[in-house]
Structure formats: C-alpha cells, structure tokens
Design a protein around this ligand. Sequence first.
Ligand code: DAH
Length: 355
Amino acid sequence: MAMSDDLKSIQEQIDERLREADSLEALEQIRVAALGKKGSVTAIMHMMGKVPPEERPAMGKLANTVRANVDSAIKERKLQLAKAAMDARINAEASDVTLPGRRLSPGTQHLINQIREEIEDIFCDLGYTVEDGPFIEDVYHNFTALNAPVNHPSRSASDTFYVVDNAPEGKGDLGLSASDVLLRTQTSGVQVHVMEKQQPPIYMICPGTVFRPDTADANHLPQFTQVEGLVVDEGITFGDLKGTLDYFTKEIFGKDRATRYRPHFFPFTEPSCEVDVSCGVCHGEGCRFCKGTGWLEILGCGMVDPNVFRYVGIDPEKYSGFAFGIGVERVAALRYDLPDLRMLMTGDMRFLKQF
Ligand code: DAH
C-alpha cells in the first residue's frame, strides 16, 4: 500500500505547510504544489493506471478524498487569513473613544462691539431707541445743520475725509470744500436725521463708526466708534443731562467712580461740557495714566442749541433737549487701562482673547 502511504504523508505535509502559511501568496504556492498540473496529488492521480485493477476503486477514492481535503483546507485557511487581516486592520484603525476631543474655541465679539452693546443696553433700559445713520454723509447733516460755522476748522480737508462728488456742479457747501459728500466725522449728524423724521419726544442713541484723517497713534485712530445720544422733550434741563450721564458713567465704570463736568464748546450744544471720570488707576490721586490730573475725559455733551432745532423745524420755545457723544474706544481704553488704542485694531488674538 505504498501509494496510500504516499497519499497520507502528502496530506500531512500539506496540512503542516498550510498551518504555517501566513499569506495568500503562500497558500497559492501550496495549492499549485499539490493540485497544479505538476502537483504532488495530481502526480499520484496520473499514476492510477499502474495500480492493480482490484485496488483501483479504493485507491481512487482515497486520492479523491485527499484532493478534496487539500482543496477545502486551503479554502478554510484562506478565510482564516482574511479574518486575521481584517482583525489586524480593525485594531490598527480603532479610535479611542475615551480620548478627550479637540476643543474648538468659539469666536467672541470684538471688545468694541461688546462695549457698544453694553452702552445700548444701558440706554435701552432707560427707554431710548437705537438709531442708525449713513457712513457717507453730506456736509449739511455733518456740519451745517449742527450749527458749525462755515469757517469751522473741523470742516477743513485736513480734518475731514471728503468723497469725490460726481454731481455736475459739486462745488461743496458754499464752495468751501472740494465736495458736499464726506465720511462722517461724528455720529452727531444722526441727531439731524432723526429730528427731520420724528417729532419730540425723542430719546435715542446712535452707535456707529466715524472717520477722521488722523494718523494712528497711541491716542488716535483714523476710524473709531462713537455713541451719539439725543433727548428732546418738553422741560428738559441740564439736571436731566447730568442725572442721565452720571447714571451712565456709574453703570459702565462702577459705582465708586466720580464724574466732573468741565465747560467746553461744541457748535451744536449750548452750554457744552466735557465729562471726566475719576481715574481708576490712582482713584483721583494723579498718576501717569491720567497724566497727573486724577481725571479721564470720556464724553462730550450739552444742551441742544436752539439753532439746531430751527434747522429741523422743532420749536425751541416749546422743546429743549440734551445731546452727548461717547468715544467707545476711549471707554475701552479707560476701563482696561489700554496703553495704545491701536491694540484694538490689530486683531492680535493674544490681546482679543482676554475679553
Ligand atoms: N460730536 C462730538 C465729537 O465728535 C462729540 C459730541 C459732543 C457729541 C457733544 C454730542 C455733544 O452730541 O452734545 O467730538
């Protein structure tokens, strides 16, 4: 039974090689070596003719069984290898769901917009409306109707960005400036717009960007933010102005800060004041931040000049009012002791993230 011994040892060898085979290529080599044209099992099948006829059926059966065994063993090993490859891949690509996620830092509002909204909230709580006005303004609303005399220095091209006027006869207000159209230098023009369309009582603020041809330095920006305020009603007095602005300064800077009202001049208010708040660094003693004075200027204000009422057709005998203009960058600088206003414009995340 030499042939049957051969077959059995072939089967054992193949089983052993299959156990060691660790790739599809290795399996294919084993298959070719056993079942291919010149394979060991195939060779035995070819020798079947030489087997004595009485042994042939049993031998043929054995040979077929060996061939079928080898065939199914290869297929089974193939499945094992495929599964092992898949397990390895799953392990390699597995994510650790217990790892902390990557933190997204959400954006925040710019400090200037935060303060602007805070100011809006303070005045909305007092019943004021929030108005809007155009960045590109005309000389009439920015100067003339605000009672600024034609020779007022703020009208000059060195203090105002004039926009090229395409009107055929665009000579400018009274021919003094190159153009009638400008980038607003103050939000005060919105007072005029509001009074043109609305009769008193008026209690409004207007936050917005203004523009001046200043070179940016520690204390100046060519583009900055103001909040204009206007109240027009019957019987409004300087006491109302002072009560309102004292309340505002305490809300924005804290209850322990004092205010003082210094006489000043603005064309559109009479009398006019500048308001100072006591220095938060030295509490009035005098330090470098307040240049030794103990006070920091925060806004301009005054009682609406009757001439302004006449421009917009409001009767100055019946109504009186007050107005104010707050510099938002100034509020930011005073509240957070900013040494240089340009910090507000650079977009430096190390600075902005503090607020
Ligand atoms: N418009 C002034 C400026 O830009 C600020 C100002 C002062 C506004 C007094 C007012 C006011 O409404 O009453 O310097």
